[in-house]
Write a protein that binds this ligand. Structure first.
Ligand code: FAD
Length: 267
């Protein structure tokens, strides 16, 4: 296939039906371009990432210091930048300059449908970033929004922070209420201690949304709170450690890890 959008008439019919006419005229051209890009360069990079360029964990630097860095190949990095620059996350929450209004989830999910045909492991981090943007936009205080949202919604003008969502612990995947990671107040912020057992986009995210339990809270899900964890500052300060990358059967393009927190500063 040369263009995942143009060669899918049913998809084009659905997009036309569900987008307002002025938005459709703009989106139709963008989806045509993105559909060709996904079937072309992005697909080529996907093959490379899946076969011999998959993410790797660099656990130590040359001096033996533990650094918990995740390496991704150059094509992967290029795909990330180009994809977010289309507004796949940003335009759900902020105005599209040419139109003067926001996009919507129909448009964003259509972009995701095209991208995931190249590689589901490229789209997975986008869905995590979408969830992070939604949570921050809807529930965060003004100060937290100002700190993270311009980066999470970046379309080229600001440094991009991809998002992540860490729920699963060894004893609790479906059973989120069994979560044990602790959050303790330390002045104006919280510190996390404990382990998350299946954390996708760790190492490549700028901010992660992490579930943890504050002291004296109710048992089960009612006692859980959600924290915004700035990744890089905590990694550099040795407040988190990636234990290992998961050896998955599929979606190997996205790094999924086990991560430990050591009295980590969060918000
Ligand atoms: C590729 C991949 C990426 C992931 N990325 C993340 C991530 O970024 N962040 C994150 O937090 N987690 C992530 N996870 C973990 C995922 O959320 C968990 O695997 C999922 O929640 C299931 O939990 P579990 O693996 O502990 O399985 P379990 O909860 O132990 O379930 C095992 C089996 O038991 C069944 N089961 C469980 N409870 C019940 C019940 N009450 N009644 C009947 N049947 C039941 C389930 O359907 C399943 O078949 C990822 C997993 C994968 C595979």
């Amino acid at each position: 296939m040369n263009n995942f959008y143009l060669e899918d008439q049913q998809l084009q019919r659905l997009v036309k039906r569900y987008l307002p006419p002025d938005f459709f005229t703009w989106a139709n051209k963008q989806l045509d371009d993105f559909g060709a890009h996904c079937a072309g360069a992005i697909s080529e990079r996907a093959v490379h990432t899946d076969r011999d360029g998959e993410p790797r964990l660099i656990k130590y630097d040359k001096f033996g210091n533990e650094i918990s860095k995740v390496w991704v190949n150059e094509g992967y990095q290029k795909t990330v930048q180009e994809t977010y620059d289309t507004g796949i996350v940003g335009y759900i929450h902020k105005d599209i300059p040419e139109l003067g209004h926001k996009g919507n989830y129909v448009y964003a999910f259509t972009q995701g449908y095209l991208l995931s045909q190249a590689e589901a492991g490229f789209y997975c981090p986008v869905t995590l970033t979408k969830a992070t943007a939604y949570l921050l936009d809807r529930y965060a205080t003004e100060a937290i929004k100002q700190r993270f949202l311009p980066h999470v919604l970046a379309t080229g003008e600001d440094e991009l922070y991809e998002g992540a969502t860490f729920l699963t612990e060894r004893q609790g995947g479906s059973d989120v209420g069994a979560n044990e990671v602790k959050a303790e107040l330390a002045g104006s912020y919280y510190q996390l201690t404990g382990e998350k057992y299946f954390a996708s986009n760790a190492g490549t995210c700028g901010v992660a949304m992490v579930l943890a339990r504050t002291a004296g809270g109710a048992p089960g899900t009612k006692g859980l709170s959600l924290f915004a964890v700035p990744w890089e500052e905590n990694r550099v300060n040795g407040k988190l450690r990636i234990r290992r990358l998961k050896d998955k059967l599929g979606v190997r393009a996205v790094p999924s890890v086990e991560v430990e927190f050591f009295r980590q500063k969060v918000i």
